[in-house]
Design a protein around this ligand. Structure first.
Ligand SMILES: Cc1cc2nc3c(=O)[nH]c(=O)nc-3n(C[C@H](O)[C@H](O)[C@H](O)COP(=O)(O)O)c2cc1C
Length: 140
């Protein structure tokens, strides 16, 4: 059964752009092999990741990810059955955003160019972004 899993986490302080690129390219290969799709959002000092695929595969991957020292303070927001994948074409899309308002105010063309137009209409994504806002406000 296809499930989606969404979590937020805090980046390790020393994480560089290159490190993130490494995570993304590794994930693209590994996820493709496991038929896992999704998106990794980098938002200020946080990650939001949304994964979809076989329920057991997705949870097993999350188990690995949550023990990864490149991030911490991992909060799972959602783990639930899914009728249709939102990211069937993306083993792991990546998007860096600088703020909620940036995304809301972006020109649709700009978002489409990055291939994540689907995401911005989906509840899980917005709930995740809102949670990052709330949690980062609590932390900072
Ligand atoms: C924010 C973040 C997101 C990650 N996302 C994935 C992912 O989608 N797929 C993946 O295989 N590894 C991902 N990783 C890397 C895993 O934590 C882990 O290092 C990797 O799966 C290596 O596992 P292996 O030793 O079994 O090959 C992510 C790591 C971080 C910090």
């Amino acid at each position: 059964m296809i499930y989606c899993l969404c979590y937020i986490s805090k980046k390790n302080n020393h994480l560089k752009n290159d490190d993130i690129q490494n995570i993304v390219s590794y994930s693209q290969d590994n996820n493709a092999a496991k038929k896992i799709t999704g998106v990794l959002i980098s938002y200020k000092e946080h990650f939001l990741q949304y994964l979809e695929g076989d329920s057991i595969e997705v949870y097993a991957l999350f188990d690995k990810i949550k023990n990864d020292s490149r991030h911490s303070e991992i909060h799972m927001l959602q783990y639930s059955p899914l009728k249709n994948r939102l990211f069937s074409d993306w083993s792991m899309a990546y998007k860096e955003i600088s703020g909620l308002s940036d995304v809301v105010l972006s020109e649709p063309e700009e978002i489409c160019a990055d291939g994540i137009e689907e995401v911005v209409n989906k509840n899980a994504f917005w709930r995740g972004i809102e949670s990052i806002e709330v949690i980062s406000n609590l932390i900072n």
